[in-house]
Write a protein that binds this ligand. Structure first.
Ligand SMILES: Nc1ncnc2c1ncn2[C@@H]1O[C@H](COP(=O)(O)OP(=O)(O)OP(=O)(O)O)[C@@H](O)[C@H]1O
Ligand SMILES: [Mg+2]
Length: 389
């Protein structure tokens, strides 16, 4: 797994610095600084080009804003742009705003003002304005029931937020979510990743498949030739989805470093394990890498296909994983298989422990309180989530 450390230094790209002052000040506050020129800035226009966190444009010495800046900003709206100018210069300010600059600094440029401006840009980038909440499911091992959990949690959430819940299968190919939903997608995650520069609501919704169970689906593809996965594009897809949907559930391929590296905007990352020692150990490793990268509070481990007779108990797993395991989903092979064959997520049914487990997990993730009593009001918010509304 290729994941970067949690407190990763921000990448700052300085375009045509007048002197070494800016660069040294930024290095001094722990940023990784690269310098480049206005013509080279145009290379960032490529949708797949690796983007810095922040671009600093130095216009001191009466230099104009590079013409490619506006295009770069349109292509990669998440990149923060800081324009540095020499004196009160209304033309540069106006040009900077038109080109999409987020911050503007005038001389004298103090280290504090510079650091604060860059920090604001990075903070803004880490938390884009989003309406929806994102929950990511990653398996500790293959076959533990990750896709089943993601699909059923999305199905339960879609009861709460009909037509506002999306399941995005981030497996580039051979993902199983569409099978579990009995859906036949025309477009896939690959179309989304390849077209992040074209995203608007209509385009994105055009890639989505409706499911009978409720959630909208951004499916995996069945293409044989794979493009190279890129965290920046995964981020763009995830964050755009969260602007259109109240709940976004991700089925994340555990072996795709680019997808695992793109989860900044996710509220909860659910690591799915089972009662095999190998799975518990790899859950422990995966959870600790994810905690380091995204913070302790955002990672939880659940156990799927729980068998009461199994040699490894909940306490054993908690010991290996080093954290409490709040959700234990029972094993029910017959129901799981039947749901798969019918293309109908089992969370749609009542009166079985596995469905109740999925709904409980959905409630916990969405923070909507415990399952109500049967005499609760019929059409309530909770009622819909428990399937009794
Ligand atoms: N709680 C459960 N009880 C019994 N069987 C289950 C349960 N959850 C899933 N299964 C079965 O386990 C198999 C694998 O499930 P699933 O595809 O969800 O796992 P996965 O972790 O996503 O696998 P992959 O690594 O292939 O993506 C399926 O046959 C499914 O029906
Ligand atoms: Mg799967």
């Amino acid at each position: 797994m290729t994941m970067t450390a949690h407190h990763q230094a921000a990448d700052v790209l300085i375009i045509d610095p007048l002197d070494r002052g800016l660069e040294e000040q930024l290095r001094g506050c722990g940023m990784r600084v690269t310098r480049s020129s206005a013509p080279e800035l145009a290379s960032l226009l490529h949708p797949a080009a690796q983007q810095p966190d922040v671009i600093v444009i130095d216009t001191r010495g009466a230099r104009a804003i590079p013409t490619s800046l506006a295009g770069v900003k349109r292509q990669h709206p998440g990149v923060g742009v800081l324009v540095v100018a020499s004196e009160s210069d209304p033309t540069t300010l106006l040009e900077a705003m038109r080109a999409g600059a987020n911050e503007f600094l005038q001389e004298p440029i103090t280290p504090t003002a510079l650091e604060q401006a860059v920090t604001r840009l990075i903070a803004h980038r880490a938390k884009p304005a989003m309406a929806g909440e994102i929950f990511a499911f990653v398996g500790a091992k293959g076959g533990v029931g990750t896709t089943t959990a993601a699909v059923n949690v999305a199905t339960a959430l879609a009861k709460v937020a009909p037509s506002q819940t999306l399941l995005a299968d981030l497996h580039l190919t051979h993902g199983d979510a569409s099978v579990l939903f009995g859906a036949e997608p025309r477009f896939s995650i690959i179309d989304a990743l390849e077209n992040t520069h074209r995203f608007d609501e209509a385009f994105f919704r055009g890639l989505i498949t409706a499911t009978k169970a409720g959630p909208s689906l951004l499916a995996s593809s069945d293409r044989a030739l794979l493009p190279h996965g890129d965290p920046e594009r995964f981020r763009a897809v995830i964050e755009f989805a969260a602007q259109l949907y109240r709940y976004v559930v991700l089925d994340v391929p555990r072996s795709d470093g680019a997808a695992l590296d793109a989860l900044e905007a996710v509220s909860q990352i659910v690591v799915v394990a089972n009662q095999e020692l190998a799975a518990a150990r790899s859950a422990s490793r995966l959870a600790s890498a994810l905690r380091q990268r995204y913070g302790r509070d955002r990672v939880l481990v659940i156990v799927s296909r729980v068998d009461k007779q199994a040699e490894i108990s909940q306490a054993d797993i908690e010991h290996v994983v080093g954290a409490k395991v709040e959700h234990m989903l029972p094993s029910d092979y017959r129901l799981a298989l039947q749901a798969l064959n019918r293309g109908r997520p089992l969370a749609l049914d009542n009166h079985n422990a596995l469905a109740a487990g999925f709904r409980g997990l959905a409630r916990a993730l969405a923070k909507v309180g415990p399952e109500p009593q049967r005499n609760g009001s019929g059409g309530s918010f909770f009622g819909r989530l428990t399937g009794r509304g």
